[in-house]
Design a protein around this ligand. Sequence first.
Ligand SMILES: Cc1cc2nc3c(=O)[nH]c(=O)nc-3n(C[C@H](O)[C@H](O)[C@H](O)COP(=O)(O)OP(=O)(O)OC[C@H]3O[C@@H](n4cnc5c(N)ncnc54)[C@H](O)[C@@H]3O)c2cc1C
Length: 449
Amino acid sequence: MTGFLDVLRGAVTDVSTAPADLATAAIDRSGARPDGLPLAVVRAVDVADVQATLRLAGEHGVPVVPRGAGTGLAGGALAGRGAVVLDVSGLDRIVEIDPDDELAVVEAGVVTAELDRAAQKSGLRYAPDPASAELSTIGGNIATNAGGMRCVKYGVTREAVLGLDVVLADGRLLHTGRRTVKGVAGLDLTALFVGSEGTLGVVVGATLRLRPRPERTLTAAAAYDSVEAAAQACSELIRQRREPSLLELLDGATLAVIDRAQGSDFAARGQALVIAQADGPAADGEIAAIADVLGREATWSERGVDPESSERLLFARRMALPSIERFGRALIEDICVPRSRLAAAFRGVERIARQYDVAIYAFAHAGDGNLHPIVAYDGPELPDAVRRAGDDLFALALDLGGTVTGEHGIGLLKRDWLARETGPDVTAVYGSIKAALDPHGILNPGKGF
Ligand SMILES: Cc1cc2nc3c(=O)[nH]c(=O)nc-3n(C[C@H](O)[C@H](O)[C@H](O)COP(=O)(O)OP(=O)(O)OC[C@H]3O[C@@H](n4cnc5c(N)ncnc54)[C@H](O)[C@@H]3O)c2cc1C
């Protein structure tokens, strides 16, 4: 591989083989570890660096792992022995904010929250809001089709992407999509690349839809004597055709660990907590209707009347994962079920925790039916009981007519489960698409579909 590294060094701006750089670039936040150190890290400073890396890697048959901020939770950015990490976080320019057409043109390495802050100056916002927004890149969000708390009203990343600049496996630069809000010309290649986890091309730029920033966001919260009652209240909101802009649910174990870590007293209010928001011009009427439905079976309820009191209510949700991680390691799962099956899903999570005698903290983007059961463990290795509990969580999602990932992606860790979810015909079509776009299989092999 010395020959390859020599030509790579001659063709791109920044190639590192320093062991510390390799070790950092080899992992993401999934907790999984690759089978060795990668060959090199390319820190791209422009599109030409990305094109040259892919062209040379194709010629030498070297696998390439695209990388944004490395916050992925599914092992998609793990880079093992012999791979080149292609870090595009240095492509970090916000090229344009167009307030009239409510769109942004950005490079792939722009940090999600930076884009939102730039949009704010024009009274706009970038709606997708993964909890990692202060760290994650737009390119990584697009590659994983990331979600967040606002998805219940504004949809996942795919809904915000109008067009893409993608470098293909052979080094060609492809432009997909458009700047218009509507547009149906040709096959939807933009959608094909969104969620493809670096397996079909490297996203270097994007044209993104921005939304008006709501002047008012109002909050309601309610506690219940069981997680099932809380889940039923959330399903009832959907049945009542309410339109929250956020609808989150935390179970009793999660409330207890937040109290332990933060000194709060959420668990004193009930065995589960639901937090809802409504935004926009109709927010007053909407939050009143939501609070009415949530209050029917509640043991406690409260309304956030201003940004400070709303933020106090949301504090529990924001602190959930950091509180759990304070007391040990966490296998962060991400399953999604039809919203009418939310209560059954929480019942299933409790059954799995009992069966394997493991601690599972569960909270959910309840408005999307998207649960994050967090299986806690100690020590460096994933205990067998935790692994088996994780598998049963995926089986639970499929049994309830759901999916094995609502927003974190397939990565390395869920490939077998994806095949079980989709079946052989879909797997074969995936293979044909991969072969057409990446005939030598150099792009993030072994990941995604
Ligand atoms: C504390 C925490 C909270 C989180 N909360 C959420 C959440 O609320 N919602 C959610 O959806 N996720 C969440 N995540 C997961 C993670 O932040 C997202 O998956 C995010 O989209 C990854 O972005 P990244 O830039 O870190 O990508 P990376 O981790 O670097 O890469 C992720 C995948 O995308 C590929 N990739 C990255 N950049 C590109 C590119 N430019 N072109 C092609 N492929 C690329 C990689 O190869 C890999 O397969 C969270 C993670 C953490 C640690």
